[in-house]
Design a protein around this ligand. Structure first.
Ligand code: FES
Length: 107
């Protein structure tokens, strides 16, 4: 059942609502805490690109990419909705999709 109140981020494709904790620094931290299958090869330093997510709702709430994320986004030709979970602020109401490995772009 979907929560009716509180600060949540929804992770697709499994439609999992995760409560935003004040300690969470990034969407990646939330996913790891919940045990969701989201790769993060570089450990969240913004250098590997394996934590790429698709922001399906709430993109307008997010601040622009930081310099670290922008470099990877430029290099790999990310669309606006493609963000690095480790560099994405956990803002209430986001709906993000963890892409299947088969949909990952080749490096
Ligand atoms: S975990 Fe490596 S770029 Fe996010």
């Amino acid at each position: 059942m979907k929560p009716k109140s509180g600060k949540y981020i929804t992770f697709l494709p499994d439609n999992i609502d995760v409560l935003v904790s004040q300690k969470d620094q990034s969407v990646l931290e939330m996913a790891v805490r919940e045990g969701l299958a989201l790769d993060h090869t570089c450990g969240g330093f913004g250098t590997c690109g394996t934590c790429r997510i698709f922001v399906r709702e709430g993109l307008e709430k997010l601040p622009p990419r930081n310099e670290i994320e922008q470099e990877i986004a430029d290099d790999r030709g990310f669309q606006d909705y493609e963000r690095l979970a480790c560099q994405t602020e956990p803002i209430e109401g986001l709906v993000v999709e963890i892409p299947s490995k088969g949909s990952r772009k080749k490096d």
